[in-house]
Write a protein that binds this ligand. Structure first.
Ligand code: 542
Ligand code: MG
Length: 214
């Protein structure tokens, strides 16, 4: 096959979605991944939970760990208030290149800063590089064994404030047991599980929403 799956997802967006219309970009990716090729986007069912958390919080500063093709980046950015900023980290240059084009097709490049690099390297530099004080919302959707170390790193770097929300994908499938144990047992978090399904399937999965208590 001449292309990669992310490139085929981008082509589906360019062929089926309307430029500047984020909802049509989300729909095009969901259609492609449900009917043509499965891909690890948060998907439409968990995506609605993501949308409700973002809309309720109305965050000014958002961090996303693991951009992949930019599906959740587009969902989140399309719901942000005018001056809000979303920083999304992606260390695979091919995925980052696709995500940039998906985000641009949705017309959201003004709200999104896609940073090519590893979360472990960039989290300690957020304040000095991007003038970020703290994040109102962090969406974790990168390597599952990195959720916990990166959460501890964000705490150590002072990037979380009383009331910051961590929203984690895949806490059941593939699963993030050490992270779940931490946020559910630490006195510094109030955690809540939103039961759903693995994107485009009937398997159980869910999002964990954890409020940092300071
Ligand atoms: C470690 N620091 C990092 N810094 C920056 N980017 C990072 C990154 N780790 C990973 N990434 C990037 O995030 C993305 C990785 C996501 C990992 N996600 C999954 O493995 C995943 C996997 C499944 C899945 C579920 C069931 C199954 F049978 C097969 C797969 C479902 C999901 O929703 C998933 O999110 C890639 O784009 C990768 O390049
Ligand atoms: Mg995921």
């Amino acid at each position: 096959t001449w292309s990669t799956r992310p490139q085929r997802i981008l082509r589906a967006v360019q062929q089926s979605a309307t430029r500047g219309d984020p909802r049509s970009v989300v729909r095009a990716i969901d259609q492609f991944c449900r009917h043509k090729e499965w891909a690890m986007n948060v998907g439409d069912e968990k995506g609605c939970i993501l949308d409700s958390v973002v809309s309720e919080l109305n965050p000014s500063t958002v961090l996303e760990l693991g951009t992949y093709c930019g599906y959740s980046t587009v969902r989140i950015a399309s719901l942000l208030p005018p001056h809000a900023k979303l920083i999304t980290l992606e260390f695979n240059p091919d995925f980052a290149a696709v995500a940039r084009q998906v985000i641009a097709w949705a017309g959201l490049q003004g709200k999104v800063q896609l940073v090519e690099g590893a979360s472990g390297d960039w989290i300690p530099k957020m304040k000095e590089q991007f003038g970020v004080k703290t994040f109102d919302l962090v969406f974790l959707d990168h390597w599952k064994d990195r959720y916990l170390p990166d959460t501890k790193l964000m705490e150590e770097c002072g990037l979380l404030r009383k009331g910051s929300i961590l929203l984690a994908d895949n806490v059941i499938c593939p699963g993030t047991p050490d992270y779940l144990e931490y946020v559910r047992n630490s006195p510094r978090y109030k955690s809540q599980y939103f039961k759903s399904h693995l994107e485009y399937t009937k398997a159980e999965d869910g999002l964990e929403k954890s409020v940092f208590l300071g």
